[in-house]
Design a protein around this ligand. Structure first.
Ligand code: MRU
Length: 364
């Protein structure tokens, strides 16, 4: 996507031909800073500290992390060590495991002296495939938005509610949930996006709002508890969210708070869609509530909030009393029965084993 007229992806190889560049998402929306990853430890730290985040981008960063690792030690044990270090950075997004398994499997059958070149080649392909899948998701989701526009009796915008950031910043480009929104906006369909702030880290307020604003998409930031009220008053036509891991039967794990939006949507008969590329499906599990590992992050993300002062300084302030405990569950699981449909790069399907198997028969 473009920032001030320049096209950016969220990850790329620098002019030196080997070090990796990413946008530091912990500084947005107030600072646009590009950082350089010069080795395995840099890549692992960028994922762990959420300088890069969003399931598909975590996967792509891990792939480049393995490429950087191969420059340091391309032996069998070096490959295993790098794989294990990167896999431990964040537990929930299955794209991390997918990208690392894919890379390790290919590099395992490549002679050690060719592994650096092979690793960069495959990491670049993973990034390119992500862009292509997200653009295809955008096309399939666009058809749903056109239908929603047609169902309205007037020329008022289609109101879409989204949670967290499943835009281009969460992927290599385009985004998943936001890809149909960008496509719709670009073809002149009137749309408006309700952006959940997404406490505790505010990926909606800081990242989704920034992305949409840069692209000129009309949007309004709301606190996380507003969605139900809007739905009761007919102010949401559909919800589209992303996912960090969707199980083989269509249970959807996504940023904490997604489940409550799905409940409100079901109660108000608002369609609730989940946009995802194939690598976000975990074919090894069925029951998302039982089997998806839910990341628990530092309590300080709940007890403190960061922002920009009127003097232009980026600071954190404490919002809870000294001594109050805080719990920080980063994801929740929305059961498949609350999901209207899955928007994938291969088309839209029901959130069910049969639905997913119809699009991905190799996993049936
Ligand atoms: O903790 P984060 O910011 O990595 O969580 C991101 C999300 O929950 C996104 O909705 C999800 O990864 C889908 S990204 C296209």
């Amino acid at each position: 996507m473009k920032i001030d007229g320049t096209h950016y992806r969220t990850i790329w190889v620098g002019e030196d031909g080997w070090s990796v560049r990413v946008i530091d998402q912990t500084r947005l929306p107030h600072r646009f800073e590009i950082i350089r990853l010069a080795g395995l430890d840099d890549a692992a730290a960028a994922i762990r500290t959420m300088r890069v985040r969003g399931a598909p981008l975590i996967g792509a960063t891990a792939a480049y992390g393995l490429a950087l690792a191969m420059r340091e030690d391309a032996s069998e044990s070096g490959l295993d060590r790098a794989h294990d270090l990167l896999l431990a950075t964040r537990p929930t997004a299955v794209n991390l495991r997918w990208a690392l398994s894919d890379m390790r499997e290919r590099l395992g059958r490549t002679p050690a002296n060719q592994r650096v070149e092979a690793a960069y080649g495959r990491a670049a392909a993973i990034a390119d495939e992500d862009v292509a899948m997200n653009e295809a998701i955008g096309g399939h989701g666009l058809a749903l938005l056109r239908d929603a526009a047609q169902r309205k009796n007037d020329a008022s915008p289609v109101n879409i509610l989204t949670h967290c950031n499943a835009g281009w910043l969460a992927t290599v480009d385009w985004g998943t949930a936001l890809a149909p929104i960008y496509k719709a906006h670009d073809e002149g369909l009137p749309i408006h996006v309700w952006v959940d702030e997404t406490r505790p880290r505010n990926q909606g307020a800081s990242l989704t709002a920034w992305e949409l604003g840069r692209h000129g998409v009309p949007h309004t930031v709301i606190v996380d508890n507003v969605g139900g009220h809007l739905m009761q008053h007919g102010m949401v036509d559909l919800c589209i969210v992303g996912t960090d891991r969707t199980t083989a039967r269509g249970d959807v794990c996504n940023k904490i708070g997604t489940y409550l939006k799905a409940l409100a949507a079901a109660d108000n008969r608002v369609p609730f869609y989940v946009a995802l590329p194939g690598p976000s499906v975990d074919w090894t599990i069925e029951d998302g509530i039982r089997d998806v590992p839910i990341e628990q992050r530092d309590a300080s993300e709940v007890s403190e909030i960061s922002g920009l002062t009127s003097e232009g300084a980026l600071i954190s302030v404490k919002v809870t009393p000294q001594g109050s405990a805080a719990a920080n569950y980063a994801f929740d699981v929305t059961p498949a029965r609350l999901v209207t449909g899955l928007i994938t790069e291969r088309g839209v399907c029901p959130a069910s084993r049969a639905g997913l198997a119809s699009l991905y028969p190799q996993h049936a």
